[in-house]
Design a protein around this ligand. Structure first.
Ligand SMILES: NC(=O)C1=CN([C@@H]2O[C@H](COP(=O)(O)OP(=O)(O)OC[C@H]3O[C@@H](n4cnc5c(N)ncnc54)[C@H](OP(=O)(O)O)[C@@H]3O)[C@@H](O)[C@H]2O)C=CC1
Ligand SMILES: O=C1O[C@H](COP(=O)(O)O)[C@@H](O)[C@H](O)[C@H]1O
Length: 369
């Protein structure tokens, strides 16, 4: 933040603060929604938090991350902690790897100037995907009270190990710097795949593969949990692939479990198929609220469960700041990739290296309405 931005920020905060004082006099309440970017690294974020903290109490601050307002993200805790099925499986004994993926077909059109300052890690991974990781990996909270949930999220974040250079692939799509608001020599990644490792009893040794990119061949956001091979493979079905539980956040919310079944017919052979819950089909007359709609309502209701607490934000920046500084200083360079591709091939190689096993011969047949 330069001096002008800093003065502007302080003046804006003071004006909001003054208005809030008036509302308190009238018997109202004060809740301030703050939208990202929450700084650019640990220090700038802590500065911002300190300035906000001088004016508002933490219970008045609603740091918004719109991924926390998405239907299937909110479903995560229910899925994990209200279903007996998942309780014994959700750990390093059974899960081989987890992918948390954001892919977008559009590039940075119209937002190049902003994006070039931040890049894909600050724009998507350090906030949206990391919040999803917390919900996938955290322990069961004592209760559904916002503080209990946020306490568990902080613990997961604090257990994430430093990210190794060998476990990162960065990319920048060709033509990105043609945007007049982007520097010709920009080192900003528009794509990143990286492995996060959680050093705790539940997750030691399980790679959490975070993938995000712009100008790719598809648009989607999903969580993909891949289970380990079945020991003693009497059906010789290992060749088809492993069990996978996929939670598609968007588009077309869905959850499906890829599993091995007997291939219908006279032979005793096996094939990969799926058990699925497709929201468009199962909940045909239900309108799924927009993330911001839900989160603004939560703010009015005074429920901070789906908002980021100050210590959570700090822990998130602690994970990424060293890596971001290496990129900002030009010590790590993004690889070029073509618009409309999957991103650099090195990213899929990293996935394989992390132990992800691709399915063979699985064909999905869309359900008929
Ligand atoms: N309910 C529904 O709507 C369902 C839809 N389907 C559809 O069926 C298709 C297959 O589904 P599924 O098997 O789950 O997922 P995919 O085959 O799309 O992807 C499986 C994994 O392989 C990676 N991958 C995909 N293409 C390549 C490639 N060319 N090289 C290297 N890695 C690759 C993916 O990465 P990345 O994620 O980065 O692409 C992902 O990690 C998809 O189109 C899916 O949308 C399947 C089941 C249910
Ligand atoms: O915060 C952001 O999110 C959008 C993607 O949001 P989604 O709800 O459509 O998944 C992304 O395009 C943008 O770059 C980023 O700032």
């Amino acid at each position: 933040m330069d001096e002008f931005q800093s003065i502007w920020l302080v003046c804006s905060l003071m004006s909001i603060y003054t208005l809030c004082l008036f509302s308190a006099d009238l018997g109202g309440w004060t809740r301030v929604i703050v939208e990202k970017p929450f700084g650019k690294d640990l220090d700038t974020s802590e500065d911002l938090s300190a300035q906000l903290g001088e004016l508002f109490e933490e219970k008045q601050i609603y740091r918004i991350d719109h991924y926390l307002g998405k239907e299937l993200v909110q479903n995560m805790l229910v899925l994990r902690f209200a279903n007996r099925l998942f309780l014994p499986l959700w750990n390093r004994d059974n899960i081989a790897n987890v992918q948390i993926v954001f892919r977008e077909q559009i590039g940075t059109e119209g937002r190049g100037g902003y994006f070039d300052e931040y890049g894909i890690i600050r724009d998507i991974i350090q906030n949206h995907l990391l919040q999803v990781l917390c919900l996938v990996a955290m322990e069961k909270p004592v209760s559904l009270k916002p503080e209990h949930i946020r306490d568990e999220k902080v613990k997961v974040l604090q257990s994430v190990m430093p990210i190794s250079n060998e476990e990162i692939v960065l990319g920048q799509y060709e033509g990105y710097t043609a945007d007049p608001t982007v520097s010709d020599h920009s080192n900003t990644p528009t794509f990143a795949t990286m492995i996060l490792r959680i050093h705790n009893e539940r997750w030691e040794g399980v790679p959490f593969i975070m993938k995000a990119g712009k100008a790719l061949n598809s648009s989607k956001a999903e969580i993909r949990v891949q289970f380990k091979d079945v020991p003693g493979d009497i059906f010789k079905c290992k060749e088809h692939g492993r069990n996978e539980f996929v939670i598609r956040l968007q588009p077309k919310e869905a959850m499906y479990m890829k599993l091995t079944v007997k291939k219908p017919g006279l032979d005793m052979s096996t094939i990969q198929s799926e058990l699925g819950l497709f929201y468009g089909q199962r909940y045909q007359n239900v309108a799924i609220p927009e993330a911001y709609e839900r989160l603004i309502l939560d703010t009015i209701r005074g429920d901070q469960q789906h908002f980021v607490r100050r210590d959570e934000l700090k822990a998130a920046w602690e994970i990424f700041t060293p890596l971001l500084h290496r990129i900002d200083e030009g010590k790590m360079k993004p690889l070029p990739y073509s618009r409309g591709s999957r991103g650099p091939v090195e990213a899929d190689e990293l996935l394989e290296k992390a132990g992800y096993v691709k399915t063979h011969g699985y064909i999905w047949i869309p359900p008929m309405l």
